[in-house]
Design a protein around this ligand. Sequence first.
Ligand SMILES: Cc1ncc(COP(=O)(O)O)c(C=O)c1O
Length: 366
Amino acid sequence: MADAAQRGLGPQAIINLEALRHNLQIVRQLAPGSGIVSVIKADAYGHGMLQVARVLSDSDILAVARVSEGVTLRESGIDRPILVLEGFFELSEIKSAIEHRLQITIHHTRQIDMLETLQGLADNALQFWLKVDTGMHRLGMSVEEAHKSLARLQQLRCCSGTPVLMTHFANADDIDTDFTLNQIKAFRDFSAQYDFPLSLANSAGIIAWPESHQQWVRPGIMLYGASPMLGIKGPDHQLQPVMTLKSQLMTINHLKKDDCIGYGSCWCCPEDMPVGVVAIGYGDGYPRHAPSGTPVLVNGQRTQLIGRVSMDMVTVDLRGIEAVEGDDVILWGKGLAAEEIAESAGTISYELFCGVTSRVRFEYRG
Ligand SMILES: Cc1ncc(COP(=O)(O)O)c(C=O)c1O
């Protein structure tokens, strides 16, 4: 208990920077012939964009979703090439992108209309990636539109550099469908007439679809140590978890058979038993929908959540567990894959990582 009192009780996200470097090396091993675009949007999937950007200085390009994220990186002294995956929405963002040397995704003809209205931009001021929709049906131009757009863009002096042609996979996490092969084929057919670099693969493409690697791969979730593949966990691909979310046991209650726990009294003790109260809840980003039975590690021993998750606390089964108040509890990370918690709570590891709130203390190690 003394230890916990010194550190202060409460949730912590330990970010293992060594693991981040290791995972980048795994990407290099899997796609040795490709440049790496490390995706660090949404605060590096909740891990801290600036800290992650500094550690990933070995990747060729950093990618964010929005111009504002790219500007934040530049203003914080990050000098590596930066790609904005959603491109610009308005004129002011074009100027900002040029000023901050951001590479831009063009996915809509409206963006080209805007560029055509701008006079006096320097030759090759804007490095662009053209996004083609091959089946995701979210962002990206149809193949016909993309051919016409490339012709228009080649007339613009500000876009005179070599573009990268890109597409995004909808189902690459599922190796039992040929949807991804169809996307690869559609993209190959589209791009065959150009001598431009190509980019298709997200983490699932890197892991499961080597034919998609081409000149640029775009890993996101695998850098953070989680697997994008259905039913598989990061360590199965030699990935190491970067974030460990942990807290401490605040109280151990010795409850009687038929005592029910927490809001809704929805879990009742089948026998006299010890129940731990852990200082973490949905106010810290632990998913409220995690049901009883979701695994946790108490003092390194695997047990389960019981009762409803509340804002600041969860309750855990301590039957057969050696524990005293103040002991560490790991909610996900080292020894307990976030994918397991995500599956139990009906979500994905991406959302768990992004959902950790500012109340949690972040500590960067390595
Ligand atoms: C265009 C694009 N490329 C790559 C990625 C990285 O995906 P993942 O985290 O699944 O590797 C994303 C993430 O959503 C994306 O939008």
